[in-house]
Design a protein around this ligand. Structure first.
Ligand SMILES: [Zn+2]
Length: 425
């Protein structure tokens, strides 16, 4: 790909100047980026993957130190003789006034009885200037099933940035790094937070909030907000309140959710009383219930408002059936005669007779079947065109023991609906 602007020209020039990675960085990556194992067989005989020497380990621990080379190893119960580990790692360098994150793929090969072997290859470089412009120079991506396979014979040259580049660069970073003076000034020095290095650098150049959190040494906040920018927008002022009150946020996900719930519940999210809870989980659950109740109420009001638009028509079409009551010794079935009656029936019976606007259906009359003390049993839909019941439903759309009896009763009285309609015509 040809450079399209001054920045990309500079990237291409600097890309040609980069030198090979130092052996110290590779040593660090081998120790920190890949898993180290010991092959253990059922007789508890261990073989160190790193040095190839043998030792005994009967313990239950997940890891053990090799008595020969002193390396910490993960105990792997296996009869296999070969094992391979792969991991990406990266370094941060400055060249030609540009920041670059170089991404490598490291492969460690463990053969039982032999010292570990490894190889590594550079995959891509993510470039950034002080203005926050980004570019990537990379090997060619190989087409195929795996998104992150690259042709290692192809040159590292300017290419279009893809999600794959961003995913693989979210990886271990060599702690001896160099960054642009502007990044140092904005708080990037010493130990790095455990998050995407490139995204962190971009954010540090563009967003004073990241700078504030980095300088305050609140790495937990940085690590969370780098991946949740929307939460940062919503919760930033609340976050500032917590840091003024020296409140430690243990679980950022739950805390941000709580802030959203407080906002939905109409509470002041800049008030320490709300944003610095002693029991976050309990507070979260409390405001979740509140916010849901408010939401339900709002929806109900909206629905009723919408229903009111049909009210005149509803009375015009349905009032001739009001007053029809069908009963036997146990059951009484009566026509629902107002929008409020539909709403109550729907909410008490937990079904959709109101939400689905049955009151507006011109072909249907809705009846409520209850016992003689008024306890609801089922809700009945009677079709005027078919002259019979088309459905009858109990709580949550279940059927009750009275189901067949209710349908029979209403169908036997179908003529009363026809008479009522004739009388009103
Ligand atoms: Zn060893």
């Amino acid at each position: 790909m040809k450079p399209r602007n001054e920045f990309e020209k500079l990237v291409v020039a600097s890309n040609g100047e980069l030198t090979a990675i130092g052996s110290k960085a590779v040593e660090w990556a081998i120790r920190n980026a890949v898993k180290h194992i010991t092959f253990r067989t059922s007789e508890h005989k261990c073989t160190c993957g790193d040095c190839g020497e043998k030792f005994e380990y009967k313990g239950k621990g997940k890891s053990v130190r090799c008595p020969h080379c002193g390396h910490r190893l993960q105990v792997t119960d296996t009869l296999k003789r070969k094992h391979q580990e792969k991991s990406y790692f990266s370094t941060l360098e400055v060249i030609g006034g540009l920041q670059v994150q170089k991404v490598f793929l490291l492969t460690a090969i463990y053969c039982k009885g032999e010292p570990m072997d490894f190889y590594y290859d550079e995959v891509c470089r993510l470039w950034l200037n002080v203005k926050g412009q980004g570019a990537v120079t990379s090997r060619l991506r190989a087409m195929g099933y795996y998104q992150d396979s690259f042709c290692f014979a192809s040159p590292i040259e300017l290419r279009n940035m893809s999600d794959v580049h961003l995913v693989i660069s979210d990886t271990y970073t060599y702690p001896y790094y160099s960054v642009l003076p502007e990044l140092r000034r904005n708080g990037m020095k010493g130990k790095l937070p455990d998050c995407h290095p490139f995204e962190l650098m971009k954010a540090l150049l563009a967003d004073h909030r990241m700078e504030t959190m980095m300088k305050a040494g609140d790495y937990k906040a940085v690590e969370y907000f780098i991946y949740h920018l929307l939460d940062l927008h919503t919760c930033w002022l609340s976050y500032k309140v917590t840091s003024r009150h020296h409140y430690q946020i243990e679980d950022f996900g739950t805390w941000c959710d709580t802030i959203r719930l407080l906002e939905r519940s109409g509470k002041d999210i800049h008030n320490a009383k709300y944003v610095c809870p002693t029991n976050l989980k309990a507070e979260h659950d409390h405001w979740l219930k509140k916010a849901n109740a408010i939401e339900r109420k709002r929806r109900d009001m909206e629905r009723m408002e919408k229903a009111k638009a049909h009210e005149a028509e509803f009375y015009k079409n349905k009032s001739c059936y009001f007053g029809i009551v069908i009963s036997d010794e146990d059951i009484e079935i009566s026509v629902l005669d107002s929008l409020e009656a539909y709403e109550e029936e729907g909410s008490k019976m937990k079904h959709c007779v109101f939400q689905c606007e049955y009151y507006a259906k011109t072909d249907s009359v809705i009846l409520s079947a209850h016992d003689h003390s008024g306890n609801r049993i089922e809700t009945v839909e009677f079709s005027l065109s078919q002259g019979k019941v088309v459905q009858s439903r109990g709580v949550c759309n279940s059927n009750t023991e009275y189901h067949d009896r209710i349908i029979r009763l209403v169908n036997e009285n179908a003529y009363r609906f026809m008479e009522a309609r004739r009388a009103s015509a």
